[in-house]
Design a protein around this ligand. Structure first.
Ligand code: PLP
Length: 355
């Protein structure tokens, strides 16, 4: 593999694990690769982390032709560094690329280059339990011209950020507003792609929800404003009658890697799992009948985010007396233990970075 490395001469400042937060601190190096119509993807290289120059006319600034993904590396008790399901994240990056007319990456090469980057900055993978290295592959259109059409030039880059424990004081269940005015995506739109446009579309709703004391919004479908979709940057699961229920992948929500991992875990335990459409009215009815016992979100950043309260059109749905339910806890404990190399990698999810 041809991957020139330009080593940094000025190591970046370190922050103690307890003060990391999310996405504030970046490692010494980044991975870059460029695309032109003539040569395809070329010039993969590792350079010191730092700004790059783009003309103000660069197409991504104007029309948002961009995608990204997010995955994590962990340090095991044996001091090895492991990636969680990187192949699936890179496959999803290419799925997002296809929706935004972005040329696909060679997944095997990109994984090898990514591993090289993580190996180079391996000392940045935190040693404190619960902390990890968040990895952000990003792909932007770089033509310096204002015509509306798919670009002919692109840049792929990967930056990495050590992140703190999501729950330094233990699990904290959150309150969620069920959004009945704004919508995030519709079938046929961009909902299934990890693209900045979806986040831009969600900001106003999230800000208004925060002003009312909620952590995030739960999106309903864009047409009937009835079917549950997902939460902010997380997929959502309900435990109803001991069954794990989550909305199906029909084009308007993201195919979360954590979502898939939770379904796989639940199946392995013999828990019934249903990927089916579920209306907010069904949730209210299940809650009224006492059958809705747990609700949680899933995503790479938090892994599992227990939800203790849903607010919908004046109704407050309190879940499990605002306490974390047993299935939520067991899934969180198992998934995070597999990721950190504390439990065996039953499903072949972890990819070690050789030293
Ligand atoms: C990234 C993301 C998720 C979670 O996906 P993971 O692969 O589990 O991190 C869910 N919804 C949206 C909108 C996202 O962008």
């Amino acid at each position: 593999m041809s991957l020139p490395i330009l080593h940094t001469s000025t190591p970046r400042p370190r922050v103690p694990d307890t003060q990391l937060g999310f996405g504030q601190v970046f490692t010494d190096h980044m991975l870059l690769m460029d695309y032109t119509l003539e040569t395809g993807w070329h010039q993969a290289r590792i350079e010191p982390y730092g700004p790059f120059l783009l003309e103000p006319s660069t197409i991504v600034f104007h029309y948002g032709q961009a995608i990204f993904d997010g995955l994590k590396a962990f340090r095991t008790p044996a001091d090895d560094v492991v990636l969680f399901r990187p192949q699936r994240h890179l496959r999803r990056l290419n799925t997002s690329a296809a929706r935004l007319c972005i040329p696909p990456l060679d997944e095997a090469f990109t994984l090898a280059a990514l591993k090289e980057l993580v190996r180079l900055d391996a000392d940045w993978v935190p040693r404190t339990s619960g902390c990890s290295l968040y990895i952000r592959p990003t792909l932007i259109a770089t033509d310096p011209a204002l015509g509306v059409h798919p670009a002919r030039t692109y840049r792929f880059f990967v930056i990495m950020s050590p992140v703190g424990a999501y729950y330094p004081e233990g699990f904290k269940p959150v309150k969620i507003l069920v959004e009945d005015r704004y919508v995030r995506a519709v079938n046929g739109g961009l909902g299934a792609a990890k693209t900045p446009a979806n986040y831009a579309a969600s900001l106003l709703a999230a800000e208004e929800a925060k002003a009312q004391g909620f952590t995030q919004v739960l999106w309903l479908d864009g047409i009937a404003h009835r079917y549950i979709e997902e939460v902010g940057s997380m997929n959502i699961f309900f435990v109803i009658d001991e069954e794990l229920v989550t909305p199906p992948l029909e084009g308007s929500i993201l195919d979360g890697v954590t979502r898939d991992s939770v379904i796989t875990l639940a199946h392995s335990w013999g828990i019934r799992v249903a990927e089916r459409r579920i209306g907010i009215d069904d949730i209210l009815a299940a809650h009224g009948a006492g059958n809705l016992t747990e609700v949680f979100g899933t995503g790479t950043a938090a892994v599992i985010s227990p939800i203790c309260e849903l607010f919908y059109k004046g109704h407050t749905i309190v879940i499990n007396n605002r306490k974390v339910g047993p299935m939520t806890q067991k899934i969180y404990d198992t998934l995070t233990s597999i990721q950190q190399g504390i439990m065996p990698d039953y499903f072949g999810w972890m990819v070690p970075i050789s030293r």
